[in-house]
Design a protein around this ligand. Structure first.
Ligand SMILES: [Zn+2]
Length: 222
C-alpha cells in the first residue's frame, strides 16, 4: 500500500462547490468514447486506484478526520477484500453520478440503472443516520462509524441526493476545457463560469487561442 502522503487524491483541487461534485472530479480527464453515446466515458487519469486514495481524498475533502483516516487505513489492511469492495462501490457510484450529471447538463434523461446505483448507496447510508438532540436543537448524525470502511460513501451519497433534489440544476456545468470533464456548480451572478479553474483549464484555453491566432497571423480584437 502506498504511503499515506503519496496519494494524488489528497492534493487535488476542490472546485466543484459540493462534496459529490468534487468526488466526481477525482478523475483528471474524461472524454466520450463515442459521439453517439455520450453517456459512456473513458476515464483517463483516475486518482482513486487504491482504497487508501479514497480515504486520503475523504480526509482532504473534510468528511473524515486525520485520526479517522488513519484508523480506516489500518482497518483496510486487516480486511483487504472489503476495502477493495468499497473502492469498487465508490467508483461505481462516482461514474453513475457523472453520467447523471452529464445527462442533466445535456438535457437528457438519466439512466435508471445509474439512479439505482445512487439509491442503493443512499439506502446503506440511511441505516447509519440518526436524529439526535443537541443544545441548539435537532441534528442528523452518522452512527456506527467506527468499523465502517464505507463511511465516506454515506456522506457522498447524501450530498448527491441533496444536489439532485434541492440545487438549481440549471447551474450545473461541465468544464469547457478539452478532455477535462470536471463538474461544478456555477454560482456566479451572471451564470458565466466556464472553467473548473481559471488557473488550469482557463489558462490553457487562453494559451491555445493565442497560439491559434499566431498561426493564423491575423489581427483579432482580443
Ligand atoms: Zn477544467
Amino acid at each position: 500500500m502506498k504511503a499515506v502522503e503519496a496519494s494524488a487524491a489528497a492534493e487535488m483541487k476542490l472546485v466543484g462547490g459540493r462534496l459529490c461534485l468534487d468526488f466526481i472530479n477525482t478523475v483528471d480527464g474524461r472524454k466520450s468514447d463515442s459521439p453517439r453515446n455520450e453517456s459512456r466515458s473513458i476515464v483517463l487519469g483516475d486518482k482513486l486506484t487504491e482504497y487508501s486514495d479514497l480515504v486520503e481524498w475523504s480526509r482532504h475533502a473534510g468528511i473524515v478526520t486525520p485520526t479517522e483516516a488513519e484508523r480506516l487505513i489500518q482497518a483496510s489492511k486487516r480486511n483487504t477484500r472489503e476495502a477493495r469492495d468499497v473502492l469498487d462501490r465508490a467508483i461505481a457510484l462516482r461514474e453513475a453520478l457523472y453520467r447523471i450529471c452529464k445527462a442533466i447538463t445535456t438535457g437528457r434523461r438519466p439512466q435508471t440503472l445509474d439512479l439505482d446505483t445512487v439509491n442503493d448507496e443512499l439506502l446503506r447510508a440511511r441505516t447509519h443516520e440518526r436524529l439526535t438532540h443537541e443544545a441548539n436543537g435537532f441534528t442528523w448524525e452518522w452512527v456506527s462509524t467506527e468499523a465502517a470502511l464505507d463511511r465516506m460513501l454515506w456522506s457522498i451519497a447524501h450530498s448527491a441526493a441533496e444536489l439532485l433534489t434541492t440545487a438549481d440544476l440549471s447551474r450545473l456545468r461541465e468544464c469547457s476545457g478539452e478532455e477535462c470533464g470536471w463538474l461544478f456548480e456555477d454560482t456566479s451572478r451572471n451564470r458565466s463560469r466556464q472553467w473548473c479553474d481559471m488557473q488550469d483549464c482557463g489558462n490553457l484555453a487562453k494559451v491555445r487561442r493565442y497560439r491559434t491566432r499566431l498561426r493564423g497571423g491575423k489581427k483579432t480584437k482580443r
